[in-house]
Write a protein that binds this ligand. Sequence first.
Ligand SMILES: Nc1ncnc2c1ncn2[C@@H]1O[C@H](COP(=O)(O)OP(=O)(O)OP(=O)(O)O)[C@@H](O)[C@H]1O
Length: 246
Amino acid sequence: MITVTNFSKQYKGFTAVKDLSFSVEPGQILGLLGPNGAGKTTTLRTLCGIIPPTSGRLLIAGHDIAEAPIAAKQNIGYIPDDPRLFDTMTVWEHLAFTAAAYKVADFEESAEALLMSFELTHKRDTLVHNLSRGMRQKVAIACAFLHDPKVILFDEPLTGLDPQGIRGIKQAIRERAQAGAAIIISSHLLSLFEDLCTHIMVLNLGECRLFGTMGSVLSEFGQNDDSSALEEAYFTITQNKEMDQA
Ligand SMILES: Nc1ncnc2c1ncn2[C@@H]1O[C@H](COP(=O)(O)OP(=O)(O)OP(=O)(O)O)[C@@H](O)[C@H]1O
């Protein structure tokens, strides 16, 4: 569903991502982790067509994001780390606008269901300017889900959410994966990965340092206490790289 082959991205000669190859199949949830500046957001922004790759191929449901951006984008739901909403539009107007942009016919029933699942029904006719940060995040996620995308890309999905909101979003992510979506989540919250992800990738300084199933990471790095395996993998990999560079 998501196939990335030899992807590199340079910003004016600076290499932010180097020769990245991986795939995410329907039903899989890939956790993308790495220190600040590792290249996570660059990868997600390239995958959804906001910025072009310098080289390599990125396929979304079989469509090359650089060569067939409209077909590829029809299959993507992207929730950036700082979703931009239209302050002068209501929650419902955002959903209606999104439905029009993605040509979702008869969107009302799905939109109502999304509002209910994200506990936003009572804010249906509120301007998003008057919502809390967490509520705005939930509106962005509801809009991203409305066209039932096959590929969902989350950049720090839990920012600003309360514990109930966190539980709701995690449940929604699980349900989307069970329904066959291929999902990538970038976050610094290791516990989120342990709860949700089927696969893990650790990026550092633009390079893939680890890619595998959650089970393989836990068995490689877990000792007596499996709950710390991901943390162990993260620090082992990122610190080794820093030592390589020293
Ligand atoms: N528009 C840009 N122009 C130049 N350099 C950029 C640009 N965007 C990102 N970079 C650089 O690319 C590298 C990767 O940035 P990116 O935002 O992808 O990292 P990240 O892993 O998402 O980091 P964080 O965890 O802090 O969000 C960084 O060194 C960053 O400074």
